[in-house]
Design a protein around this ligand. Sequence first.
Ligand SMILES: [Zn+2]
Length: 194
Amino acid sequence: MHHDLLRDVSFWLFLLSVDRELAEATRKSVCPCGGRLHYANYLRKPGGGPRELPKQCRLRYSSCCDRDGCRKRVTPPSVRFLGRKVYLGAVVILVAAMRQGPTPRRVRELSKLFDADRRTITRWQVFWREHFPETSFWKIARARFVPAIDVAVLPRSLLDALVGTDGDREGWKLLLEFLSPITITGGLDIKVCR
Ligand SMILES: [Zn+2]
């Protein structure tokens, strides 16, 4: 089941290895000023993970330009952190999805499982249903899905389409990699059409 997987440390170590590859690709790129990038990682305090989440799983990979006067920070996409959201990305997806569908789990049960209060869970649902469909990312990416994704039941519809009901880690990798462009600064911006 999905929630068992997300409570499993090995799942987060697996996603950490995916993030390491994404970070390495970014670090090898060149700063717009022409400078070289080097690692400038930092630790986060993510919510919703298993209690015994190893310290390295809290690491947010990031890079920094080595040129004086620039020092621009370039943070790579991630399959663990959903932008500035405190909770781990997979948790933000799964809990909102579990509130939908044929057997919606009670808020109290979800709050306990993932250590998120009612208001937080409601915020996530608003995010998926109202904010996410308006992003430039989604307006382009949705064309990939045949049949089309039902935005009225996001993120459940995305979870069903990319991960399925059993919830194996490769499926989650697919979903989280698909969403990774929204995890960087500006990735959730809404383009206003005039
Ligand atoms: Zn630079």
